[in-house]
Design a protein around this ligand. Structure first.
Ligand code: ADP
Ligand code: MG
Length: 591
């Protein structure tokens, strides 16, 4: 997630108020062109440039545009706050004067963190940890894959963790709480109004309680009548602490909601005692689904040896292969029942196949990632059975071809980003999958993908970066890179090639790659320099990435670290675009 790009600048003060800025400029001598930079309290990611000219102060808001550039209203865009200040130190371009002399922060004036900045990252972590019981690397991955939605969620619910937030209480109860104890001017609380989704501010002034309604515009921004608009309630409160903005006075001491562990703005590490309450439906994230349950108690549920009595096996077949079939079932544990998928070996199968399944289980047992199907254990009874968490929405290609009309391109981008995260994890752990294809990407829900089928996978030795097959077998040639077919060499780079084909399948809504060709013809086709064409609905950026995955020489092909970065930045850019469109639609004047 982003850190503040202005943090390096010696004339940057962070989240200080306008009057504080003016104070600093006064102390520094009020020369013409003296300037400093501070954080804008109104727009997330924006700044204010404060400049002295002719013994007067001028404050210029700098907006962060949705494409990531920064500009002063009416001015040219710049790639960062440093570049912007540099530009205006040469050319006034509409300012009262050029920036002449930076007002430097003294060593005893640290950058003042914005309340939101300061806690946002920790809150994200805490949210993910509490909600999905994730830790460490898996938690970081969940955050990366869902950052845009998570940030929005945190922005809209962060106030619930603040001491001044009292939830749904009426006006009288608000007054009762404010009158109890000391009654200084500015003592305040925020409460939910009866009409859900709207907030009110109650504050003390001259021993009397005043109530204000907090308004919300169509794009969801909060504001006081005639006042400045903010993305979050939290920012509004922080702003009103510095500026009255129409209130009788600025906000002062918070009237605390009295829960013992929320005395101060609750440090994010504090566990909420009342436990987790799921977000409203509209805000639900990919992981807020029943299918996520197997992950909740990883230690309890992951048992390598499963007793037959703990399994209920359904007659319903989820899929089949030459090994046998995959059946739906239920796994009973002390903490409850879990839906599972059970790979059952055909009983007539010989030891060879048994060994293969044991090897698959051994690989899966070593993997621990939200975007990889989790194995819960093996059960050796009427036949050998591999018990996995259930991905009930089934294989990606089937899902997409039956839901063509309802699945958006953004949705596909999000899913493929998750697949790239899972593959990056495999690459880091030195595993090669060798059968990555849309048929082996299973969906827990429309928004949550997991890589499965480790039947061909290999763990590489610490010093190896490829696996050499002794002979070719029943291979998915259309998904294989040239070096696999020619030299039997398998690496994470050859998985990258398969990832490209998987992307192609996804963006063609479950289409068959190289439709009419035989596997052997495809090899020649590729050697001649041909590649799959761009599917009709596929965004250009995604096709460019596929083409990179199909770089002939594996040395020149990107690795999953690189692929994931590309998927991530495209995924985030679409989320930002969606946000911008939402805001634009809401801002349209209505008659
Ligand atoms: P194969 O080696 O034969 O390809 P897979 O592991 O891919 O075996 O499983 C075959 C099919 O069984 C899949 O295509 C899918 O439809 C179903 N299946 C496998 N694992 C799961 C699971 N964890 N959840 C739901 N369905 C599954
Ligand atoms: Mg398969």
């Amino acid at each position: 997630m982003s850190t503040d790009p202005a943090i390096e600048l010696p004339f940057y003060y962070g989240s200080i108020s306008r009057s504080d800025a003016e104070q600093h400029l006064k102390l520094a001598g009020m020369d013409d062109g003296l300037f400093l930079l501070r954080q804008c309290l109104r727009s997330l990611g924006g700044y204010v440039l404060s400049v002295v000219w002719n013994l007067e102060f001028h404050h210029y808001p700098i907006e962060k545009q949705l494409n990531g550039t920064y500009c002063i209203a009416g001015g040219k865009p710049h790639c960062g706050p440093a570049e912007l200040c540099e530009f205006y130190s040469k050319d006034p371009d509409g300012l009262v004067c050029v920036l002449r002399k930076p007002c430097l922060r003294s060593p005893d004036t640290p950058i003042k963190p914005g309340v939101f900045d300061n806690l946002r990252e920790n809150m994200l972590r805490e949210y993910v940890k509490q909600t999905w019981n994730l830790e460490g690397e898996a938690m970081e991955q969940a955050i990366i894959s869902q950052a845009p939605q998570l940030e929005k969620l945190i922005a809209t619910t962060a106030h619930e963790k603040m001491g001044w937030y009292h939830g749904k209480i009426n006006r009288q109860e608000g007054e009762r709480r404010l009158y109890s104890g000391v009654q200084p001017d500015g003592k305040f609380l925020i409460r939910d109004k009866e009409v859900s989704g709207t907030f009110a501010l109650s504050m003390m002034y001259g021993k009397t309680v005043y109530h204000y309604q907090i308004l919300q515009d169509k794009s969801g921004k909060y504001f006081m009548p005639e006042g400045t608009k903010f993305d979050t309630i939290w920012q509004l409160v922080e702003y009103l602490r510095m500026k009255a903005d129409g209130l009788v006075t600025v906000l002062g001491e918070a009237c605390l909601n009295g829960k013992p562990d929320e005395k101060k703005p609750a440090p994010p590490a504090t566990r909420r005692q009342n436990g987790y309450s799921p977000p409203p439906k509209a805000l639900a994230l990919p992981m807020d689904c029943d299918g996520f349950n197997p992950y909740h108690n990883p230690n309890e549920v992951r048992k390598f040896n499963i007793k037959r009595s703990q399994l209920l096996i359904d007659e319903v077949e989820l899929g089949s292969g030459n090994f046998g079939c995959v059946k739906k079932g239920v796994f009973k544990t002390e903490s409850g029942q879990v839906d599972v998928a059970i790979k059952v070996l055909k009983s007539e199968n010989e030891n060879l196949v048994k060994e293969e399944m044991m090897r698959e289980a051994e690989i899966m047992h070593q993997l621990d990632n939200p975007y990889i199907v989790r194995m819960l254990g093996l059960c050796n009874a009427e036949s050998l059975m591999l018990v996995m968490e259930m991905a009930s929405a089934g294989p990606l290609h089937k899902f997409l071809s039956t839901n063509k009309n309802t699945v958006t391109v953004e949705n596909i981008v999000e899913l493929m980003h998750q697949v790239s995260l899972g593959m990056k994890y495999l690459e880091e752990k030195n595993f090669v999958h060798r059968d990555l294809a849309a048929r082996n990407v299973l969906l827990v829900s429309q928004k949550f993908a997991k890589i499965s089928d480790f039947g061909l996978s290999k763990a590489l030795g610490a010093d190896d970066n490829y696996y050499k097959a002794r002979s070719s077998g029943k291979w998915p040639l259309k998904w294989y890179a040239p070096e696999c077919i020619k030299f039997y060499k398998f690496s994470s780079k050859s998985d990258v090639w398969s990832f490209g084909v998987t992307m192609w399948e996804a963006f063609s809504y479950g289409g068959k790659p190289y439709k009419k060709m035989k596997g052997t013809d495809v090899t020649r086709y590729i050697d001649e320099g041909n590649r799959l064409e761009c599917p009709p609905a596929c965004p250009e950026k995604m096709y460019t990435l596929m083409m990179e995955c199909w770089t002939y020489k594996y040395e020149d092909r990107p690795d999953f670290k690189k692929v994931e970065e590309s998927m991530r930045s495209y995924h985030y850019s679409l989320s930002n675009k969606a946000k911008a469109e939402e805001a634009a639609a809401a801002a349209k004047p209505v008659k």
